[in-house]
Write a protein that binds this ligand. Structure first.
Ligand code: SAH
Ligand code: SF4
Length: 390
């Protein structure tokens, strides 16, 4: 049976203080344990030498030191990218990706960690390997945070994680309460202590979730996976669009930018012949003109069950030029760790095994028909994906 003890990192400092108080222990114990959890190298509660033995035993009986077991760590890009596969207590697997950016003349070295918020995802974007897996379950707060602790431990005492992005498996804002708790813990000085601007939540467009993130107050960075500015095409590429159309998503993102003073990032996965046309560039430019926004164009990583490929680089450059002409800042992103499938759930998808060939052929045909209809401007008649409610 799966280990039922809650993960220690999921407790707030107040909850941990209350637990120690109930065991007749002073407040500083909670801070001591939080420091060991986030800054130390211990891999189990029994290694906490600052705690009396009996207290460490009691703590270990009540809580798990970590809720993720690192099953494999695979490096690529000459050691610049590391992908970790984490096994959870019930056997589900999720992944995180640690990317190292060396120091330059004007900037210190950065270590950006991309984490998962759910096992699988209910949104079902067809170009995404996680979407292909379907939804398994929401992660607990501790399971989200322990991916970060695992990476910090691997980095060692001399280096700190400088950025955390919620761009791994899952739709963070469909696991809203736990994601918001985890974001607060990363920001908390007794947790990771990372500045809000260095924490990015990426969403396919869950409007009420965006509004709750904004209402938290700190200047968290918001990334919107927009992919298409026209509803008909976005209905196909991001099925959630049937519930929250693109104009509502951009309105919520605009309010976030206004409230925080922070630019919103818009991500476009560039798919050859699908969302990279002149009409798409024009529609996106019109939608974002004058906004506090920044667009990232990312060539699509190949995914086995789609008929699609990345847009050719000259097409991406033309798309970028159109956006720039409308005064919108844009960056073309190189894909990190393509060879180990660093994008969004690909390692776990590979492990799930390839579906049988006839199923892949049917899926490809359905996507070709759906995207061709969308390019003619016809809205999808498919329902909102199950598991996506308002
Ligand atoms: N569910 C959230 C966060 C996780 S996905 C979201 O969609 O924003 C993180 C990013 O990876 C998204 O921008 C997503 O569109 C992108 N992505 C998914 N599959 C991809 C692929 N095959 N190639 C390139 N980017 C991909
Ligand atoms: Fe889910 Fe994001 Fe993948 Fe879409 S791109 S299926 S929202 S994880």
């Amino acid at each position: 049976m799966a280990d039922q003890r809650p993960g220690l990192s999921g407790l707030s400092i107040d909850e941990l203080t209350a637990w120690f108080a109930a065991h007749g222990e002073p407040d500083y114990r909670a801070r001591q344990v939080r420091t060991a959890m986030w800054k130390g190298s211990a891999t189990s509660t029994s290694e906490l030498t600052t705690l009396p033995r009996a207290l460490a035993t009691a703590l270990n009986e009540a809580f798990r030191w970590s809720t993720v077991a690192d099953e494999s760590i695979v490096g690529s890009d000459g050691g610049q990218t590391e992908k970790a596969l984490h096994r959870l207590a019930d056997g589900a697997t999720v992944e995180s990706v640690l990317m190292h950016y060396p120091a330059t003349a004007s900037r210190r070295a950065r270590h950006t960690l991309c984490i998962s918020s759910q096992a699988g995802c209910a949104v079902g974007c067809p170009f995404c390997a996680t979407g292909e897996l379907g939804f398994t379950r929401d992660l607990e707060t501790a399971e989200i945070l322990d991916q970060v602790r695992s990476a910090q431990r691997r980095l060692g005492a001399d280096e700190r994680i400088t950025n955390v992005v919620y761009m791994g498996m899952g739709e963070p804002l469909l696991n809203l309460d736990r994601v918001l708790e985890s974001v607060a813990a990363l920001n908390d000085p007794t947790g990771l202590g990372l500045g809000a601007r260095h924490i990015t939540v990426s969403t396919s467009g869950v409007v009420p979730g965006i509004r709750r993130l904004t209402a938290l107050g700190p200047q968290f960075t918001l990334a919107i996976s927009i992919h298409a500015a026209r509803d008909a095409l976005r209905d196909v590429l991001v099925p959630l669009n049937r519930r929250w159309p693109v104009a509502e998503v951009v309105a919520a993102a605009r309010d976030h930018a206004r409230a925080t003073g922070r630019r919103v990032s818009y991500e476009v996965t560039m798919i050859g012949g699908v969302n990279d046309t002149e009409a798409d560039a024009t529609a996106l430019a019109e939608l974002l003109r004058g906004d506090l926004a920044h667009v990232n164009l990312i060539p699509m990583n190949p995914v086995a069950h789609t008929p699609w490929q990345a847009s050719p680089m000259p097409v991406i450059e033309r798309f970028a030029t159109r956006l720039k002409a409308a005064g919108i800042p844009v960056t073309i992103r190189r894909n990190r760790g393509v060879e180990i499938g660093a994008a969004c759930g690909q390692l776990a998808a590979e492990r799930a095994g390839a579906p049988p060939a006839p199923a892949v052929a049917r899926r490809r045909l359905r996507l070709e028909t759906a995207s061709a209809r969308a390019l003619r401007g016809q809205r999808s008649e498919e329902p909102v994906p199950a598991g996506v409610e308002g």
